[in-house]
Design a protein around this ligand. Structure first.
Ligand code: GLO
Ligand code: MG
Length: 356
């Protein structure tokens, strides 16, 4: 065993943290009703600030509830009120995501619905989300393409559906010249087979559009795992294309339902490697965010319903320190010697905090 050198922690990245109102939830699942009382948006913002977050993420109707029935002037008024609330807490809006999976008009998909009236609804709704983002002070739109896929393959022409998503994004790129679109891939749930299922799909779709420079992606840990991929490799792939503008960190116990566990709670080493990839790129220098898309455990009681968020944030910071204090010289020597067994051992000792 080699002796590790004392390393001083030097952090390259510039990390800003966010979460969405849906990350403090009432515990409803497909088999049972809510188990906690709903929390007002203002209180969620206060909690975010108190836990050390820098911003909030929004679905369009988190900012403007019952959006579909509202006139443009009303939408503007309500969104600007939310911006004031954010400013009052010293928080920023990271992004707005059109919620295209709730309405009766998006049962069979949004931009890829087989009903042209429903496709038109999805496009109009997304334009409203773009306006709301503008009012909230952000130009980022996240497209989680929840229902763009199939339960049985024969129900859609998949090639045409991909081109319909491309055409929709082209229309949004033209609608607002400053907005950037972050595609959040996921392979399944709620649909059986999603069309844009991985980082590769999301990035390649961007290249099909009229302005690839304004189409990027958001990689979520659990979604990569559900696709059978390693999240840090997906993040690295997106970074190699300079396309990773946000991440949704969480954890996932292999191939189950989408769990959104606290970051690092299932596989600490996998969490470490996600931060390692981000830190080696000096993530955040260009304003990229770190989102924590984690879910409150159903068993948590009302008064301790934000621990998953504070725990995930503190695990991130702890692992960032682990990344920064890795003995780079030793790592390089072991790589040069191709002694990956020893490197493996060193990483484990470092993570466990035992002497190597
Ligand atoms: C669900 C997604 C979801 C999105 C959010 C923003 O699996 O991870 O939480 O991230 O709706 O679009
Ligand atoms: Mg997510």
């Amino acid at each position: 065993m080699a002796k590790t050198r004392q390393t001083t922690s030097k952090i390259q990245g510039k990390y800003r943290f966010s979460f969405g109102p849906w990350n403090i939830d009432e515990g409803t699942d497909p088999f049972g009703p809510p188990v906690r009382k709903p929390i007002q948006l203002a209180k969620k913002m206060q909690a975010a600030k108190a836990m050390g977050f820098d911003g909030m993420q929004f679905h369009d109707d988190d900012a403007v509830p019952e959006l579909d029935g509202k006139a443009p002037a009303q939408i503007e008024k309500e969104a600007k009120r939310v911006r004031k609330m954010l400013e009052g807490e010293g928080l920023l809006a990271e992004f707005v995501a059109p919620r295209l999976w709730f309405s009766p008009k998006t049962i069979d998909g949004a931009y890829t619905s087989n009903d042209p009236k429903h496709r038109a609804y999805a496009i109009e709704r997304t334009k409203k989300a773009i306006d709301i983002a503008h009012y909230l002070g952000t130009r980022s739109i996240v497209l989680w393409l929840a229902r763009e896929g199939t339960y049985i393959r024969e129900s859609k022409n998949a090639r045409r559906a991909i081109l319909q998503i491309r055409d929709a994004i082209n229309e949004f790129l033209e609608y607002d010249s400053k907005t950037v679109f972050l595609i959040e891939p996921k392979p399944n749930e709620p649909v059986d087979s999603a069309l844009i299922s991985t980082a590769g799909h999301a990035i390649a779709l961007g290249y099909l559009t009229t302005n690839p420079g304004r189409v990027a992606c958001l990689i979520e840990t659990a979604h990569s795992i559900l696709a059978g991929l390693d999240p840090s490799d997906d993040m690295a792939f997106a970074l190699a294309h300079d396309k990773l503008l946000s991440v949704h960190l969480n954890d996932q116990g292999n191939l189950k339902f989408d769990q959104d566990k606290s970051f690092g709670s299932f596989n600490l080493r996998r969490a470490f490697n996600q931060i390692r990839v981000l830190e080696e790129y000096a993530y955040g220098r260009r304003g990229e965010w770190v989102g924590l898309d984690v879910k409150t455990m159903r068993t948590q009681k009302q008064d301790v319903n934000t621990k998953h968020l504070s725990n995930s944030l503190s695990t991130f910071k702890f692992l960032l320190e682990k990344v920064a204090t890795l003995d780079k010289k030793l790592e390089a020597d072991l790589i040069a010697a191709r002694d990956y067994e020893e490197l493996d051992r060193y990483i484990l000792c470092h993570l466990m905090g035992v002497s190597y």
